[in-house]
Design a protein around this ligand. Sequence first.
Ligand code: UDX
Ligand code: UDX
Length: 651
Amino acid sequence: MYQTPSLGRSDDSAVDSSSVPGTPSDMSMFAQAYSIPADSMDMGALPERVGTPQPSRHHIALPDILHPETASSVPIRTICCIGAGYVGGPTAAVIALHNPHIRVVVVDRDQRRIDAWKSRHLPIHEPGLEDVVRIARDGAAETRRRGDSPTRHTMDAARQPNLFFSTACIETIEVADMCLISVNTPTKTRGVGAGRATDMAALEGACRDIAMHAKAGCILVEKSTVPCKTGQLIKDIMEAHRPGVVFPVLSNPEFLSEGTAIRDLMQPDRVVIGCESTISGHRAAAALANLYAAWVPRSRIAPIGIWSSELCKLAANAMLAQRISSINSISAICERTDADVGEIAKSIGLDPRIGPQFLKAGLGFGGSCFRKDIASLTYLAESLGLPEVAAYWQQVLTMNDFQRDRFAGHVIATLNNSLRGKKVAILGYAFKKNTGDARESPALDVIRILLEEGPKSITIYDPLCSEADIKRELSVLERDYAVSMPDGPVEVVPDPYAACGNSNAVLILTDWDMFKNGKPVTQSSKPVTIAETYDGATPTDVLHLTPRIERVTINKPPTPPRTPKLSPLAPELNTRLLPEPPCPADCVVCRSSSSAGMSVETDTTTPIDWAHISKTVREPRWVFDGRGVLDARAMVGMGFRLETLGRASMY
Ligand code: UDX
Ligand code: UDX
């Protein structure tokens, strides 16, 4: 039975709250908005610098979060990850992969999702995810590995499964030493703060379950993106149900992007761990840091204050989204001046102070984070009595909407202000390439505007988003009229040629490589695999020899990160993978090849044949490139009329 006397109540009293400075008046406004008692906020004892454990202002020496010895006082044997979504699933899988001695159980109330995680068809598409899940969930066979000389071999022991998926939430929480909270935190749709404030219902529910069933001392880790000060809310829930019991709360925001989740998890730029300046807080942070240290150099683990950690996720996403809105604002100017936004992005991106990332103009950002997180930031600012700050960030969202409206409006204007009797083909539905996630796509807004004009048909093709997911997203438009066929005009088709044939206009709404007509796809867009590792460690090291990775990352001085190398799964690993559980006879995924949103092999890089499409679309062959993926001269050479966001018309 896991017990840590050090996690008792007494050590938390190391910080004397009676001498903590009073709460600033603006904080109380925020506290009111989020129902957090202002006087309970421990504002006075926060660490001041990233990466350096700080003594509290009360001169109590706190344990070093980055020292492995600190972690040894809080042994972690079982982790419960609540929420088997885009964040919870991949994160738990990678933690389990690198910590074979720890049992990681991912729980979700959605039985179908759990069944999918246990099957051959994972519920989400992420390059490399399947390999990671297969090793951690199914185990690996013993194998012989070539040693330093041709005559020396080493044996890699068989690996037991240590990643499990279950709907038994309570039972799993009861035995967990650490709970990763990865439930969804969407924007509120009604009530106070609707449209901007974060809906905390799922997180509150998960916390209540933990409060009622977890062992004393269980470490709670916020993985979901949450408003700043949520840690206090969690502590209040725990205190209400289990008064006097210490449950350390950590913030460990996830910075993974969809489509590169496994690479982002395998090679994170940084791992931020936010904790309170208490002994139990530091020990808990050390335990979490130790899990990551199995594959992440400790130099990249950044322990900071819990409130900074919560806010830094919102700040990071807001900064990234702001760059996109900034370049998109320039794209509108370009279209009226014949300047080229691509050339501008390239030239300003060469300035190292600006850099080239996130300067791609287009339809604007989608995805489940940017809009939601900026909305949450504006609500936070307003709640803190900072309307100017709220207005500043709101403008990033306004610019994003403007870009979609402008694009759709331009399509309609170009087609003589009417879509009656016309067919519009849409290539790409996902909010970005390499994901089958159909949620929060700019395509939805574009389709909404087009539908107002009563088109004869809108035909959508996306290589990874499933028909069912796209239709579910479109169903929010059903209020006023029928949208999907047979009653409505929208149809989802399984190949791009069927989508484009006989259409009056082709719209590119996702930057899939297959829609490009320029140079062949570069290597960087090939699927990523678990063969990518840090600092020269081989795939076999990563998968099976955790102690060796510990040596590489802890005892050796940190070496600079290598440029990510994309290589296929090492051949010897294929021999170690155990057979996957067979599908039931009535498996719908196996039966239906059109359910491409699942983990079915789909070619997303072989370019489509634009020359063929040019023969099947209607004159004057309009193509509207909302993602800047097409080479204009080549398209015009094939007889298309091309309109690209941020560039002069080409025909
Ligand atoms: C994540 C984070 O949670 C969110 O804060 C971040 O901003 C974006 O990414 P994501 O993983 O994409 O969300 O969410 P989702 O795919 O919806 O997965 C959440 C899972 O939690 C769902 O499978 C849902 O069934 C599960 N859940 C939710 C529970 O198991 N119990 C609950 O009480 C609520
Ligand atoms: C984002 C953050 O990148 C990640 O760190 C965080 O954890 C979650 O939110 P994600 O939403 O998965 O990740 O995708 P991202 O690659 O950031 O793209 C978001 C949107 O911005 C997409 O719609 C994309 O097409 C758009 N985008 C991105 C641009 O329009 N231009 C760019 O230059 C970059």
